[in-house]
Design a protein around this ligand. Structure first.
Ligand code: ADP
Ligand code: MG
Length: 679
């Protein structure tokens, strides 16, 4: 057996019981034990004078026990031990609950290191249950691991200590090739493993840490680079670009610089001879559809078909209408969705197979429908974050290596783009069309409800429309506002006499379409909805977006919701209602007030919630990082990417013997991701 994958029970000091505890921490093998990194370190080498302590902070104090320890039994089974220690200038109280063992060590006149959180009460500093260590420590820089009940830090430390030689014996060698290791001044793998767990100094721990962060990101990026490399498919599908002028002539406005740049990027991909694989990222309302339209036009004029997919029928229909209006009679556009009758479907499919149709718009049902294309040259998917990677490739398989364009309004911080879409080229539309009005955003608590409703009624009376978004569909999900009940309640009460609609994800597609059409036509004045309206929908007459329990939504989600208004000439408003007390919740909602820049919002969201919550790592197949922080380690990420690209160019399959350990690591990381995605 490969020593790497040896069960933890082979480690000295691990029996069945302990193995179970280790499993709880995600440690199953020798490899896992060695790569179970500390969260942080306790530094017993830097002392704070008592006079300089700050209440609330955690500090290490070197002090002499000044009084004999007193013991007081305060109730059955609870004894408090107290003493006063001094560093020569000042004194501090030490309080220990119940641990006679700890109390007995504190002999009057001896010096110890006290590590703990400092409080200040009754005119003096105090540490309750500090870590107590002798004055001279062999390991003053000590790792802190995530723990589980029943396993002491010292035991875990011993287990890792015993696992290292087993791992070393089985290791196929340093997975970072020497040249790269030297170029980035990284330490050896063995040094890193030993010193991340048992550093002699802060410096050694940091050297180890830097190497392991690089290693993790490097392995990740090698995997992504491989994906990228294998997906670079040769293609004969090229376009005539001299027709681009004809496309511009169709537009009722001139394109923004950012739109033109994105089109330029795509056009050079389309002429390169390898299949385009590009992500166009642009904030809500930045005009991504027109970038797609330009390519659809070029493809059609060059004799190829294009498929354009949206995540919902609603959006597909909207795209279809936009394109019909834009292209008029010059191109033939069809809509292929689940609502067509079987007969209509047959007719449309026959036309596609015969090559009579140039642009096919649909939902991702286009993937499963057995549509035969006469000559599929381009696949566009809108709002990419709703599609999985494998769906992307399924459609690509339908043509002979079509070009692929994905569009996303989820502004992903660049760091994450590199990782999630690392196999795609990226164009960013970082500019909104001229003359867009600013949406005014307010954050209020529910005591403002009556005022908010009056404000909404005022606007409805002027012939304008509004959305109210709730976090839940039905009651029973805590005390959250539920769309179904809320719409009934409002229609009977505050909005009696107004036309109130209800939209949520549990409705049948047909009913959803009906509700949405009624709102788009203005027949419905007030739409109570869940986040199903989050993506794409364009009703310029809607000027108010009210969000209930706003703290329940991600910032990027709120940003998407807000993007549903502010599309016409009237002043638009977004009102976020929340009774959340927490600091983070307040800070997050404040971000919405401060900025309307989707990228800034996504960054803040990531910072305040962490990358796990931001997307749901699983949903995106993003491997869980053990030590790297995707935002903080951005510089390293870039270095790792450059190094990975270089290596994969030289040895795409990582077949060279020198790359064997690296290949193993890449397989390991991505295998784990696949496993996680199944949960
Ligand atoms: P998104 O990027 O969110 O998909 P859309 O493509 O739906 O944005 O565009 C939003 C609106 O802006 C549409 O009504 C579209 O016609 C309009 N639009 C797009 N580009 C421009 C432009 N360059 N100048 C003016 N309006 C534009
Ligand atoms: Mg769009």
């Amino acid at each position: 057996m490969n020593g790497f994958d040896m069960d933890v029970q082979f480690i000295k000091g691990v029996g069945e019981q302990r193995a179970k505890l280790l499993n709880k921490l995600g440690i199953y093998t020798v490899y896992d034990a060695v790569h179970f990194y500390p969260r942080r370190y306790l530094d017993f080498s830097v002392f704070t004078p008592i006079a300089a302590l700050q209440p609330g902070e955690t500090a290490c104090v070197k002090a002499v026990v000044g009084t004999a320890v007193s013991a007081a039994r305060i109730r059955q089974g609870m004894t408090i031990y107290k003493t006063i220690v001094t560093d020569g200038d000042c004194t501090m109280h030490i309080v220990i609950f119940n641990s006679q063992f700890a109390a007995q060590r504190l002999i009057e006149g001896e010096t110890f290191l006290f590590y703990g959180k400092v409080t200040y009460s009754n005119g003096s500093f105090e540490m309750a249950n500090p870590l107590i260590e002798p004055e001279t420590l062999p390991d003053p820089f000590r790792p802190v691991y995530p723990m589980t009940a029943g396993l002491y830090p010292k035991q875990l430390s011993n287990i890792i200590h015993n696992a290292i030689p087993l791992w070393e014996a089985a290791s196929p060698g340093d997975l970072i090739p020497d040249a790269i290791r030297r170029h980035f001044s990284l330490c050896h793998e063995l040094f890193a493993i030993k010193n991340i767990h048992f550093p002699k100094s802060k410096h050694d721990a940091m050297v180890a840490r830097r190497r392991l962060i690089f290693e993790e990101l490097f392995v990740l990026q090698c995997g992504m680079a491989q994906l990228r490399h294998t997906e670079r498919v040769k293609t004969n599908i090229r376009v005539a670009t001299d027709v681009l002028e004809a496309f511009y002539a169709l537009l009722p406005f001139s394109l923004t610089g950012a739109q033109q740049r994105a089109i330029g990027d795509c056009v050079s991909d389309l002429q390169s001879g390898t299949a385009m694989n590009r992500l166009v990222q642009g904030d809500v309302g930045s005009g991504k559809t027109m970038v797609a339209a330009a390519l659809l036009f070029l493809m059609a004029k060059s004799g190829h078909q294009s498929a354009m997919m949206a995540p919902t029928e609603l959006l597909a229909k909207q795209h279809y209408e936009t394109l019909c209006k834009l292209f008029g009679d010059t191109l033939s556009v069809v809509l292929l969705t689940g609502s067509l009758t079987p007969k209509e479907k047959r007719t449309v499919k026959a036309a596609i197979a015969a090559g009579d149709v140039q642009i096919i718009v649909g939902t991702h049902a286009l993937l499963t429908e057995d549509v035969q294309f006469a000559s599929l040259g381009l696949v566009v998917t809108d709002e990419q974050h709703r599609f999985g990677v494998h769906q992307r490739s399924t459609l690509s398989e339908k043509g002979c290596a079509p070009h692929v364009l994905v569009m996303s309004a989820t502004p992903i911080p660049r760091t994450l783009s590199l990782i999630i879409y690392g196999d795609l080229d990226i164009s960013v539309i970082d500019e909104l069309p001229k003359g867009r009005q600013q949406i005014r955003t307010y954050v209020v608590d529910s005591s403002y409800h009556a005022r908010v409703w009056a404000f909404v009624r005022q606007h409805l009376d002027k012939g304008l429309q509004a959305y109210i978004v709730c976090p839940a569909v039905e009651e029973g999900e805590g005390d959250l506002h539920a769309a179904t009940d809320f719409s009934k309640q409002l229609a009977k009460g505050e909005f009696a006499g107004y036309r109130v609609g209800l939209l949520h994800g549990k409705l049948k597609p047909k009913d959803k379409a009906r509700v949405m059409e009624s709102f788009a036509s203005g027949a419905t004045q007030l739409l109570v909805a869940t986040t199903v309206i989050e993506v794409g929908i364009d009703v310029p007459n809607a000027v108010l977006m009210v969000v209930e329990n706003a703290e329940r939504f991600g910032l990027s989600q709120l940003h998407q919701l807000r993007g549903r208004v502010g599309r016409g000439s009237e002043q638009s408003f977004c009102i976020l209602i929340s009774d959340a007390e927490g600091e983070t919740a307040k800070e997050r909602l404040a971000v919405m007030k401060q900025t309307s820049n989707g990228f800034a919002i996504a960054d803040a969201d990531l910072r305040l919630r962490g990358p796990g919550d931001f997307f749901g790592a699983r949903q995106h197949g993003l491997p869980q990082m053990k030590i790297a922080d995707l935002l903080d380690d951005m510089t390293t990420l870039k270095e790792a990417k450059a190094a990975a690209d270089e290596i994969i160019k030289e040895d795409p399959q990582l077949q060279l013997p020198a790359h064997q350990p690296l290949n193993d690591a890449v397989q390991r990381l991505f295998a784990r991701t696949k496993g996680a995605a199944l949960n």
